[in-house]
Design a protein around this ligand. Structure first.
Ligand code: ATR
Length: 290
Protein backbone atom coordinates (compact mmCIF):
# COMPACT_ATOMS: atom_id res chain seq x y z
CA UNK A 1 0.00 0.00 0.00
CA UNK A 2 1.36 3.45 -0.81
CA UNK A 3 0.71 6.48 1.34
CA UNK A 4 1.20 9.84 -0.27
CA UNK A 5 2.54 12.70 1.79
CA UNK A 6 3.87 16.19 1.13
CA UNK A 7 5.94 16.23 4.29
CA UNK A 8 9.70 16.53 3.60
CA UNK A 9 11.65 13.34 4.27
CA UNK A 10 13.44 13.70 7.64
CA UNK A 11 17.21 13.22 7.74
CA UNK A 12 18.14 11.31 10.88
CA UNK A 13 20.20 8.33 11.98
CA UNK A 14 17.79 5.91 10.30
CA UNK A 15 17.97 7.63 6.90
CA UNK A 16 19.12 5.34 4.10
CA UNK A 17 21.24 7.02 1.50
CA UNK A 18 21.27 6.43 -2.25
CA UNK A 19 23.08 8.48 -4.82
CA UNK A 20 24.42 9.01 -8.28
CA UNK A 21 28.08 8.46 -9.16
CA UNK A 22 29.29 10.16 -12.32
CA UNK A 23 30.98 13.27 -13.70
CA UNK A 24 29.71 15.81 -14.58
CA UNK A 25 26.26 15.55 -12.98
CA UNK A 26 24.91 19.04 -13.70
CA UNK A 27 22.24 17.79 -16.11
CA UNK A 28 20.83 14.93 -14.02
CA UNK A 29 17.11 14.63 -13.22
CA UNK A 30 17.63 11.66 -10.91
CA UNK A 31 17.99 13.47 -7.53
CA UNK A 32 14.72 15.40 -8.02
CA UNK A 33 12.90 12.34 -9.36
CA UNK A 34 13.92 9.97 -6.55
CA UNK A 35 13.70 12.41 -3.64
CA UNK A 36 10.17 13.33 -4.73
CA UNK A 37 9.26 9.63 -4.89
CA UNK A 38 10.71 8.90 -1.41
CA UNK A 39 8.80 11.86 -0.03
CA UNK A 40 5.56 10.78 -1.70
CA UNK A 41 5.76 7.29 -0.17
CA UNK A 42 7.02 8.59 3.20
CA UNK A 43 10.25 6.57 2.90
CA UNK A 44 13.25 7.68 4.95
CA UNK A 45 15.70 7.73 2.05
CA UNK A 46 17.79 10.55 0.59
CA UNK A 47 19.27 10.64 -2.92
CA UNK A 48 22.58 12.52 -3.30
CA UNK A 49 24.51 13.55 -6.41
CA UNK A 50 28.15 12.45 -5.94
CA UNK A 51 30.63 13.66 -8.54
CA UNK A 52 33.53 11.22 -8.73
CA UNK A 53 36.62 11.18 -10.93
CA UNK A 54 37.69 7.98 -12.67
CA UNK A 55 40.78 7.77 -10.42
CA UNK A 56 38.67 7.95 -7.24
CA UNK A 57 35.83 5.64 -8.34
CA UNK A 58 37.11 2.44 -6.66
CA UNK A 59 37.88 4.25 -3.38
CA UNK A 60 34.49 5.97 -3.28
CA UNK A 61 32.61 2.75 -4.17
CA UNK A 62 34.46 0.86 -1.40
CA UNK A 63 33.67 3.63 1.11
CA UNK A 64 29.99 3.78 0.18
CA UNK A 65 29.66 0.00 0.69
CA UNK A 66 30.71 0.57 4.35
CA UNK A 67 28.21 3.38 4.93
CA UNK A 68 24.44 3.66 5.37
CA UNK A 69 23.79 3.46 1.62
CA UNK A 70 21.09 1.16 0.18
CA UNK A 71 22.75 1.53 -3.22
CA UNK A 72 23.38 4.03 -5.98
CA UNK A 73 23.06 4.85 -9.67
CA UNK A 74 26.05 5.06 -11.93
CA UNK A 75 26.28 7.27 -14.99
CA UNK A 76 28.77 8.57 -17.56
CA UNK A 77 31.70 7.90 -17.53
CA UNK A 78 31.67 5.08 -14.92
CA UNK A 79 29.05 2.56 -16.12
CA UNK A 80 31.66 0.05 -17.31
CA UNK A 81 34.50 0.68 -14.86
CA UNK A 82 32.21 0.28 -11.81
CA UNK A 83 31.84 -3.42 -12.68
CA UNK A 84 35.38 -4.03 -11.37
CA UNK A 85 34.41 -2.54 -8.00
CA UNK A 86 31.40 -4.81 -7.21
CA UNK A 87 30.94 -8.17 -5.46
CA UNK A 88 28.56 -9.55 -8.09
CA UNK A 89 26.83 -8.59 -11.34
CA UNK A 90 23.32 -9.54 -12.44
CA UNK A 91 23.40 -11.69 -15.64
CA UNK A 92 21.55 -9.12 -17.80
CA UNK A 93 23.93 -6.33 -16.74
CA UNK A 94 26.81 -8.71 -17.47
CA UNK A 95 25.43 -9.33 -20.97
CA UNK A 96 24.94 -5.59 -21.54
CA UNK A 97 28.46 -4.96 -20.25
CA UNK A 98 27.48 -1.94 -18.13
CA UNK A 99 25.93 -1.21 -14.74
CA UNK A 100 23.68 1.75 -13.94
CA UNK A 101 22.31 0.58 -10.57
CA UNK A 102 24.03 -0.93 -7.53
CA UNK A 103 22.36 -2.44 -4.49
CA UNK A 104 24.12 -2.82 -1.14
CA UNK A 105 22.83 -5.56 1.18
CA UNK A 106 24.79 -6.52 4.30
CA UNK A 107 27.81 -4.77 2.83
CA UNK A 108 27.65 -6.79 -0.42
CA UNK A 109 27.36 -4.87 -3.68
CA UNK A 110 25.48 -6.14 -6.74
CA UNK A 111 25.35 -4.41 -10.12
CA UNK A 112 22.25 -4.20 -12.33
CA UNK A 113 21.35 -2.43 -15.55
CA UNK A 114 17.82 -0.99 -15.60
CA UNK A 115 18.14 0.98 -18.88
CA UNK A 116 16.72 -1.77 -21.10
CA UNK A 117 14.12 -2.76 -18.52
CA UNK A 118 13.14 0.91 -18.27
CA UNK A 119 12.63 0.99 -22.01
CA UNK A 120 10.59 -2.24 -21.97
CA UNK A 121 8.35 -0.88 -19.19
CA UNK A 122 7.82 2.37 -21.10
CA UNK A 123 6.80 0.29 -24.12
CA UNK A 124 4.42 -1.68 -21.92
CA UNK A 125 2.92 1.50 -20.46
CA UNK A 126 2.28 2.67 -24.03
CA UNK A 127 0.19 -0.46 -24.66
CA UNK A 128 2.80 -2.86 -26.05
CA UNK A 129 2.38 -5.57 -23.43
CA UNK A 130 5.08 -7.92 -24.74
CA UNK A 131 7.87 -7.95 -27.32
CA UNK A 132 7.44 -11.69 -27.87
CA UNK A 133 6.77 -12.32 -31.57
CA UNK A 134 7.75 -8.73 -32.33
CA UNK A 135 10.29 -7.53 -34.85
CA UNK A 136 12.37 -4.53 -33.78
CA UNK A 137 14.55 -2.08 -35.73
CA UNK A 138 17.08 -0.19 -33.59
CA UNK A 139 18.79 2.95 -34.92
CA UNK A 140 22.21 3.33 -33.25
CA UNK A 141 24.62 0.90 -31.65
CA UNK A 142 25.94 2.75 -28.57
CA UNK A 143 25.40 2.07 -24.87
CA UNK A 144 21.65 2.66 -24.88
CA UNK A 145 21.14 0.52 -27.99
CA UNK A 146 23.12 -2.25 -26.33
CA UNK A 147 20.98 -2.22 -23.17
CA UNK A 148 17.75 -2.17 -25.19
CA UNK A 149 18.83 -4.87 -27.67
CA UNK A 150 20.03 -7.27 -24.94
CA UNK A 151 16.88 -6.74 -22.87
CA UNK A 152 14.44 -7.16 -25.78
CA UNK A 153 16.32 -10.30 -26.90
CA UNK A 154 16.07 -11.59 -23.32
CA UNK A 155 12.33 -10.86 -23.35
CA UNK A 156 11.73 -12.87 -26.53
CA UNK A 157 11.75 -10.43 -29.46
CA UNK A 158 11.63 -12.48 -32.66
CA UNK A 159 13.99 -10.31 -34.68
CA UNK A 160 16.26 -7.40 -33.82
CA UNK A 161 17.73 -5.41 -36.72
CA UNK A 162 20.43 -2.85 -35.91
CA UNK A 163 21.35 0.06 -38.17
CA UNK A 164 24.16 2.45 -37.27
CA UNK A 165 26.24 5.23 -38.85
CA UNK A 166 29.36 3.19 -38.08
CA UNK A 167 28.21 -0.10 -39.59
CA UNK A 168 30.85 -2.29 -37.91
CA UNK A 169 29.41 -1.36 -34.49
CA UNK A 170 25.97 -2.56 -35.60
CA UNK A 171 27.43 -5.91 -36.62
CA UNK A 172 29.40 -6.16 -33.34
CA UNK A 173 26.26 -5.55 -31.30
CA UNK A 174 24.18 -8.03 -33.30
CA UNK A 175 26.89 -10.69 -32.81
CA UNK A 176 26.98 -10.01 -29.04
CA UNK A 177 23.18 -10.27 -28.81
CA UNK A 178 23.23 -13.60 -30.67
CA UNK A 179 25.95 -14.92 -28.37
CA UNK A 180 23.58 -14.53 -25.42
CA UNK A 181 21.46 -17.43 -26.67
CA UNK A 182 18.92 -16.91 -29.42
CA UNK A 183 20.01 -16.06 -32.99
CA UNK A 184 17.59 -13.14 -33.30
CA UNK A 185 19.80 -10.18 -34.22
CA UNK A 186 21.24 -8.90 -37.47
CA UNK A 187 22.51 -5.59 -38.87
CA UNK A 188 21.84 -3.59 -42.02
CA UNK A 189 23.88 -0.85 -43.71
CA UNK A 190 22.62 2.72 -43.53
CA UNK A 191 20.55 3.91 -46.51
CA UNK A 192 16.93 4.66 -47.36
CA UNK A 193 16.45 1.55 -49.53
CA UNK A 194 17.76 -0.81 -46.82
CA UNK A 195 15.71 0.95 -44.19
CA UNK A 196 12.51 0.88 -46.28
CA UNK A 197 13.00 -2.81 -46.88
CA UNK A 198 13.62 -3.61 -43.20
CA UNK A 199 10.68 -1.49 -42.03
CA UNK A 200 8.21 -3.59 -44.04
CA UNK A 201 8.68 -6.40 -41.51
CA UNK A 202 9.23 -4.19 -38.45
CA UNK A 203 6.73 -3.77 -35.61
CA UNK A 204 8.73 -1.46 -33.34
CA UNK A 205 11.18 1.27 -34.47
CA UNK A 206 13.53 2.65 -31.80
CA UNK A 207 15.83 5.66 -32.13
CA UNK A 208 18.76 5.39 -29.71
CA UNK A 209 20.96 7.98 -31.46
CA UNK A 210 21.13 11.59 -30.29
CA UNK A 211 19.67 12.85 -33.60
CA UNK A 212 16.72 15.16 -32.84
CA UNK A 213 18.02 16.20 -29.43
CA UNK A 214 17.80 19.92 -28.57
CA UNK A 215 19.03 22.18 -30.18
CA UNK A 216 18.75 20.00 -33.33
CA UNK A 217 14.99 19.74 -32.79
CA UNK A 218 14.16 19.62 -36.50
CA UNK A 219 16.41 16.65 -37.30
CA UNK A 220 15.21 13.07 -37.60
CA UNK A 221 17.20 9.82 -37.84
CA UNK A 222 15.07 8.62 -40.78
CA UNK A 223 13.21 10.20 -43.70
CA UNK A 224 9.60 11.08 -42.88
CA UNK A 225 8.27 9.10 -45.85
CA UNK A 226 9.66 5.85 -44.38
CA UNK A 227 7.46 6.04 -41.30
CA UNK A 228 4.37 3.91 -41.78
CA UNK A 229 1.21 3.65 -39.76
CA UNK A 230 1.74 0.05 -38.60
CA UNK A 231 4.87 0.99 -36.62
CA UNK A 232 5.20 1.66 -32.90
CA UNK A 233 7.78 4.46 -32.95
CA UNK A 234 10.03 5.06 -29.92
CA UNK A 235 12.65 7.71 -29.24
CA UNK A 236 15.00 7.67 -26.27
CA UNK A 237 15.69 11.41 -26.76
CA UNK A 238 13.68 13.23 -24.06
CA UNK A 239 14.60 16.84 -24.82
CA UNK A 240 12.40 17.93 -26.58
CA UNK A 241 9.69 15.68 -25.06
CA UNK A 242 8.14 15.24 -28.53
CA UNK A 243 10.97 14.86 -31.04
CA UNK A 244 10.58 15.51 -34.76
CA UNK A 245 10.55 11.73 -35.35
CA UNK A 246 7.71 11.26 -32.83
CA UNK A 247 5.77 14.24 -34.16
CA UNK A 248 5.80 12.82 -37.70
CA UNK A 249 4.92 9.34 -36.42
CA UNK A 250 2.04 10.71 -34.38
CA UNK A 251 0.72 12.63 -37.40
CA UNK A 252 0.77 9.40 -39.41
CA UNK A 253 -1.26 7.61 -36.74
CA UNK A 254 1.54 5.50 -35.22
CA UNK A 255 1.62 4.62 -31.54
CA UNK A 256 4.58 6.51 -30.02
CA UNK A 257 6.80 6.03 -26.95
CA UNK A 258 8.58 9.13 -25.65
CA UNK A 259 12.11 9.18 -24.24
CA UNK A 260 10.88 10.50 -20.93
CA UNK A 261 9.18 7.12 -20.39
CA UNK A 262 12.49 5.24 -20.46
CA UNK A 263 14.04 7.81 -18.13
CA UNK A 264 11.25 7.45 -15.59
CA UNK A 265 10.96 3.65 -15.77
CA UNK A 266 14.72 3.00 -15.50
CA UNK A 267 14.58 5.13 -12.34
CA UNK A 268 11.49 3.25 -11.17
CA UNK A 269 13.31 -0.08 -11.58
CA UNK A 270 16.27 1.23 -9.52
CA UNK A 271 13.85 2.54 -6.88
CA UNK A 272 12.24 -0.90 -6.65
CA UNK A 273 15.64 -2.59 -6.24
CA UNK A 274 16.65 -0.27 -3.37
CA UNK A 275 13.35 -0.06 -1.48
CA UNK A 276 11.46 -3.23 -2.45
CA UNK A 277 8.49 -0.94 -3.17
CA UNK A 278 6.71 -0.18 -6.44
CA UNK A 279 7.78 3.26 -7.60
CA UNK A 280 5.22 6.08 -7.94
CA UNK A 281 5.92 6.53 -11.66
CA UNK A 282 3.45 9.37 -12.26
CA UNK A 283 4.94 11.37 -9.41
CA UNK A 284 8.46 10.67 -10.72
CA UNK A 285 7.46 11.75 -14.22
CA UNK A 286 5.90 14.93 -12.87
CA UNK A 287 9.08 15.72 -10.88
CA UNK A 288 11.14 15.89 -14.09
CA UNK A 289 8.49 17.08 -16.56
CA UNK A 290 5.84 19.09 -14.70
P1 ATR B 1 24.44 6.28 -25.66
O1 ATR B 1 25.08 5.75 -24.41
O2 ATR B 1 23.44 7.38 -25.41
O3 ATR B 1 23.88 5.19 -26.52
P2 ATR B 1 26.79 6.44 -27.32
O4 ATR B 1 27.25 5.16 -26.74
O5 ATR B 1 27.76 7.55 -27.49
O6 ATR B 1 25.60 7.06 -26.47
O7 ATR B 1 26.08 6.12 -28.75
C1 ATR B 1 25.55 7.11 -29.59
C2 ATR B 1 24.94 6.45 -30.83
O8 ATR B 1 24.33 7.48 -31.62
C3 ATR B 1 25.95 5.75 -31.72
O9 ATR B 1 25.32 4.66 -32.34
C4 ATR B 1 26.28 6.86 -32.76
O10 ATR B 1 26.75 6.36 -33.99
P3 ATR B 1 28.31 5.98 -34.21
O11 ATR B 1 28.50 4.62 -33.61
O12 ATR B 1 28.48 5.97 -35.68
O13 ATR B 1 29.10 7.04 -33.53
C5 ATR B 1 24.92 7.47 -32.92
N1 ATR B 1 25.00 8.87 -33.40
C6 ATR B 1 25.32 9.96 -32.66
N2 ATR B 1 25.28 11.07 -33.43
C7 ATR B 1 24.92 10.67 -34.68
C8 ATR B 1 24.69 11.34 -35.93
N3 ATR B 1 24.83 12.65 -36.05
N4 ATR B 1 24.33 10.58 -36.99
C9 ATR B 1 24.17 9.25 -36.89
N5 ATR B 1 24.38 8.55 -35.74
C10 ATR B 1 24.75 9.25 -34.65
Amino acid sequence: MSTTTDRPTPIDTRTKLVGLLGRPLGHSFSPAMHNRAFQALGLNYCYLPIEVTTEDLATVAAGIAKMNFAGYNVTIPHKIRIMDCLDSIDPLAQAIGAVNTVTIRNGRTTGFNTDGIGFAHALEAAGESSVENKSVLILGAGGAARAIAMTLADQGATRIVICNRTESKAWDLSRDVNQQGRECATAIPLGAANMANALQDTDILINTTSIGMHPQDQQSPIANRLIQRHLVVCDIVYNPPLTHLLKVAQEKGCRIVRGIGMLVYQGAASFQLWTGRDAPVDIMRHAIHP
